[in-house]
Design a binder for this molecule. Structure first.
Ligand code: C5P
Length: 396
């Protein structure tokens, strides 16, 4: 088998020296590695170090070795690009399609999967500009790791630390050696928050962003499943490789799930579904003086309704609570005839809209006893894979 080629892009942060170890570990795994440092990063680790470690020539500008058109030749011959460390400036330049050095030119010219390993001061990482740039990259299919929490170069402590090499390699390997254990499975995922209209302007809704269900749909598709995502009122774009149906109300979501359920192997009900809707929907805007009370009618409980007729399907439900009440989670799991339920505490709104999640996975068995798996704060993609692992175990 021919060697798989990795481009290691190095940004201008002090963590550049830690990428020397990453380069070695990638070589240990049999990858051929070409290093492309940004000019600024040479202040931390010079070309001589990279050339010696990689055994390959190192250039930083498109004006070197012009006859080789290196950005195109490197971009098209690489199987993966890893950017480590990804500084705030480098992330911004990549997000905005800049091409002002060899690395950014190569990234633009390459269709290979790209992993970015950020490292910067916590204030820079949490700055809205960086947050928006990271989001742009994730929406375009870049894998952007969460930096670690810990001591930074100065005395500050916070989120922004370059992750341990082992964590970077684990992330890289899940991209480089994808698992296709859901081939032939039909997976139905709901995500987002339903909206129940009151009049043409107002609705009853909730804070769900759809990110967890979106991560589940993407993970299932990556693992080979045939995925349908029923997405309610989310600003997220349609994920690639997934058939996406947009709905708004609980009733619309119910109809789509009801139609698709019998043909699916796994239902993941991660949508936040409004339990009730206004009994009367006004055709014109309700005047302020008349808006004193809203009479409600119950919505169908989608997961309970379809689960009651399940044959071999596995059903994952979610319970967003304002405290981590395990007994309540267990009650919900069993009363909704689900097989797995992810229970979390969303008080303090550090979950809705966030890229991270934490809680407890509850798994029922035939004897109605429930197993608990604690999930410490992790990114929604990792949780998606954990839930799919459990579902797969149950699917057999
Ligand atoms: O009872 P609760 O709303 O907390 O249950 C949450 C779970 O039930 C989620 O999986 C949600 O998608 C699902 N649900 C549903 N239909 C409803 C309300 C919630 O399927 N009407």
């Amino acid at each position: 088998m021919s060697t798989r080629e990795v481009i290691l892009g190095v940004g201008g942060g002090i963590a550049a020296y830690k990428s020397c170890d990453l380069l070695r570990r990638l070589q240990d795994q049999g990858f051929g590695v070409t290093v492309i440092p940004t000019p600024a990063s040479l202040n931390f680790v010079g070309s001589a170090t990279w050339e010696a470690l990689s055994g390959r020539p190192v250039t930083t500008s498109v004006w070197e070795k012009v006859d080789e058109v290196r950005h195109v030749s490197l971009g098209s011959s690489s199987d993966f690009i890893v950017v480590a460390p990804g500084t705030a400036d480098l992330i911004a330049r990549i997000a905005h399609g800049r091409a002002d050095d060899l690395l950014t030119n190569t990234i633009l010219a390459s269709s290979a999967p790209k992993l970015i390993v950020p490292a910067m001061h916590p204030a820079m990482w949490s700055n809205p500009a960086t947050v928006a740039n990271v989001q742009i990259l994730r929406d375009r299919g870049f894998f952007v790791m969460e930096p670690d929490h810990g001591r930074l170069t100065g005395k500050d402590v916070g989120v922004g630390r370059f992750p341990e090499t082992s964590r970077i390699l684990a992330e890289f390997n899940s991209i480089a050696n994808p698992v296709h254990d859901l081939i032939g499975r039909k997976v139905l995922v709901t995500a987002g928050g339903t909206r129940e209209p009151l009049d043409p302007i107002r609705f009853i809704g909730n804070r769900s962003s759809g990110k967890q269900g979106y991560a589940l749909a993407r993970a299932a598709a990556r693992r080979g499943a045939d995925v349908t995502l029923i997405l309610a009122n989310s600003e997220l774009p349609d994920p690639s490789g997934v058939s996406c149906i947009r709905v708004s109300t609980a009733q619309e979501m119910f109809e789509k799930v009801d139609q698709a359920f019998d043909g699916c192997d796994l239902l993941v009900m991660s949508a936040a579904v409004a339990d009730a809707k206004p009994l009367h929907v006004s055709q014109s805007k309700i005047k302020k003086g008349a808006l004193t009370s809203i009479e409600l009618a119950a919505n169908p409980d989608i997961v309970s309704t379809v689960s009651s007729r399940k044959k071999n399907q596995v059903v994952i439900a979610f319970a967003a609570e304002t405290s981590l009440d395990i007994e309540e989670g267990k009650r919900k799991l069993l009363s909704k005839s689900a097989d797995i339920l992810f229970l979390n505490d969303v008080a303090g709104s550090e979950i809705f809209g966030s890229d991270q999640n934490q809680g407890v996975i509850l798994i029922s068995d035939k004897a109605q006893s429930v197993q608990e798996i604690n999930v410490d704060r992790t990114d929604k993609d990792t949780l998606a894979d954990l839930l799919l692992d459990q579902a797969l175990h149950r699917l057999g």
